[in-house]
Ligand binder design. Structure first.
Ligand code: HEM
Length: 363
């Protein structure tokens, strides 16, 4: 058992080391999350168990003995409202809406990229971020002249989730409130921003994985793996949310299998990254990216009733982005050594700060 508190690195540079600690420690690990103590759960079985336990809630205000951190908490109503807001997007009678919206935006972005004369292009900014913003804005019905506000509001919420008085965040929250008959608040804007961040990270990490290991791309080209295998293996090895920004809280003492106890009022940090690439699922080489791996099970989209309702969207968007990019630019290469790619500086999100490439190879 680990005795000391592990201070999670907000720059993400020590993530691999942190995941190793979560993999090798039995049970929850005491962590410091930007000054707040929590129990990180990186064991997939324990995480599933806790996420479906009625004594574990997402609403900080369900118990009154902890000061409000001054940021939106995902109170129970907010889960329903954001799901209601997204419901028309996922309506089963409009199954083609997602692929059509994603295809249209991917094609437009690829057309822009093919006209880009810059020798080096940052695909995180020019492709992953753009695709996510445009697809989400289209699906939510945000008019063209509101896209700038939308993008800035998402960025501000991720920088500082207490930035509810920021003019762009207020404008975005008002827009969403109007779309949900006055039901939305800052918590909904934050949940949307987290979804955007995750989608950007997924697209970027999948592209990076194939650029760093071109032989994996070769396996897809040779028909030995599919683009969906690439998406699932990326979700497994590099879950886009290492830890979820909205934590969980124990409303009663919870005795864990093995005898330890998470006390009433304790904070629980779902560590989806460590749980997904845990050797318990995939064996000793669990952190190696291998598109031919038979079992790609992961928890990247969460588990239980509050699991991600946008998993289908994320999978379609990432697959379409990969097919389009590698189809149009077969000679694409990283413009920097793989070892110098920096993680995006986030304790929660797991992606790259930038993804500089030569679209047509080093010419
Ligand atoms: C690769 C992309 C994505 C990943 C990996 C991801 C991951 C997750 C995870 C792990 C959860 C569970 C959170 C928890 O346990 O508290 C979640 C919930 C959620 N996600 Fe996603 N997400 C992604 C994209 C999106 C997008 C694009 C949207 C918005 C359109 C979205 C909206 C939501 C919502 C509404 C919830 C439920 C929040 C709640 O009920 O409290 N996600 N997501």
């Amino acid at each position: 058992m680990r005795r000391h508190t592990l201070a999670l690195d907000p720059t993400a540079r020590r993530r691999a080391e942190e995941e190793r600690i979560l993999h090798t420690t039995t049970g929850p690990v005491r962590v410091d999350v930007l000054g707040e103590l929590a129990w990180a759960i990186g064991d997939p079985d324990l995480l599933r168990w806790l996420l479906t336990d009625h004594r574990v809630v997402k609403d900080r205000r369900r118990y009154g003995d902890r000061p409000d951190p001054g940021r939106p908490t995902a109170h129970d109503q907010a889960h329903h409202r954001i799901r209601d807001l997204l419901a028309p997007v996922f309506a089963p009678d409009r199954p083609d809406v997602l692929p059509v919206t994603v295809e249209r935006n991917t094609s437009a972005l690829l057309a822009d990229l093919s006209e880009n004369d810059d020798p080096i292009v940052d695909l995180r900014a020019a492709y992953a971020v753009e695709l996510s913003v445009r697809v989400l804005a289209d699906l939510l019905g945000i008019p063209a002249d509101g896209r700038g506000v939308f993008r800035r509001a998402l960025d501000r919420m991720l920088e500082d989730s207490a930035a509810t008085s920021d003019p762009d965040v207020r404008a975005m929250t008002e827009f969403m409130s109007a779309a949900t008959a006055g039901e939305s608040g800052p918590a909904e804007t934050l949940v949307l921003a987290i979804g955007h961040e995750a989608l950007v990270n997924l697209i970027g990490s999948a592209i990076a994985a194939l650029l760093v290991a071109p032989e994996q791309r070769g396996l897809v080209r040779a028909g030995r793996a599919t683009w969906s295998d690439v998406v699932e293996e990326t979700l497994r090895v590099a879950a886009p949310m290492s830890h979820h920004r909205l934590m969980r809280y124990a409303v009663e003492d919870i005795e864990l299998p093995g005898g330890r106890t998470i006390a009433k009022g304790d904070v629980i940090l779902p560590s989806y990254g460590a749980a997904s690439n845990n050797p318990k699922y995939a064996g000793a080489d669990s952190t190696v990216f291998d598109v031919t791996r038979a079992d790609k099970s992961h928890l990247a989209f969460g588990h239980g009733t509050l699991a991600c309702p946008s998993a289908r969207l994320a999978r379609i968007a990432c697959r379409t982005a990969l097919v389009g990019l590698f189809g149009l630019f077969p000679a694409i290469e990283l413009a920097v050594p793989a070892a110098t790619l920096e993680p995006s500086p986030s304790l929660f999100g797991n992606g790259h700060a930038a993804l500089p490439v030569y679209l047509h190879g080093r010419r």
